[in-house]
Design a binder for this molecule. Sequence first.
Ligand code: UDP
Ligand code: MG
Length: 317
Amino acid sequence: MDISVVIPLYNEEESLSELFQWIARVMKENHFSYEVIFVNDGSTDKSWKVIESLKAQAPDAVHGIKFRRNYGKSPALYSGFELAQGDVVITMDADLQDSPDEIPELYRMIKEEGYDLVSGWKQKRYDPLSKTIPTKLFNATARKVSGIHNLHDFNCGLKAYRNEVIKSIEVYGEMHRYIPYLAKNAGFKKIGEKVVHHQARKYGKTKFGLDRFVNGYLDLISLWFTSTFGIQPMHFFGLLGSLMFIFGLIAVMIVGFGKLIAMHSGVPYRLVTDSPYFYLSLTSMIIGTQLFVAGFLGELITRNAPERNKYLIEKTI
Ligand code: UDP
Ligand code: MG
């Protein structure tokens, strides 16, 4: 099969059949064999009814998955990816903001230009300002942290992947914002971008509020941490802990010896416990030790991680 289109959706009843007809038309014009996987993320409207009727119309082309409750876009994508059989997998939002007309070019870029992942770039966006400005900031940070400098729009719903890519990464929580980073961490280097058309939302309303930016930043930090120190957390905690401990030790020695010298030379002196430096150095030593212990705990946890010795490999046949 050439293409799998994975569509996560939450309460998008008005858009679905228009979207499917449009995809089907594009596929037919370009002679692609394809499947469309609708992942209904616990919608409370009639979305599932619509998907069932599409399935009845085109049993070979349509697959539906339904969550019993709303889990989020990432779990929806994950479940769609598990089923996807096409050589190229395209993800797309259900709200008609992404255009299926982009599919042939995305397919060509993966197949002919050898990209592992091509992300859409909504260069001209039809979203409110309250969303576009924080998005710019978000993307700049994501570029810096991930080291993928050529992407302008990490969180674009319209993306294309080589099948191996989606089978090798695990999208969870709200990590759909960082799929290119996940792909890079899995060893896929050829990550490209294509400018795509974007439209204002026709039906329904956006499912994400401003909390997306707070969560987005926290997720980025977690991802950076796990990709840098995930296998050996001691390298992070141990270094930090040692530095703090040594700093505290030296400081406490200065306070102690200072007093001894003062006693010896008959200069008036105070109790060490009267000096604020004593408490600061003590605190620093305690925190240092705790960080070290956190490192050991981290090592014990990764020791039990089943994927500790799983590597993504390619073999000669
Ligand atoms: N979506 C989902 N589960 C959720 C929230 C959103 O499957 O919990 C889907 C939604 O139906 C849409 C896509 O994710 O197909 C993108 O959502 P939305 O259009 O609300 O995001 P925006 O375009 O505002 O970034
Ligand atoms: Mg949208």
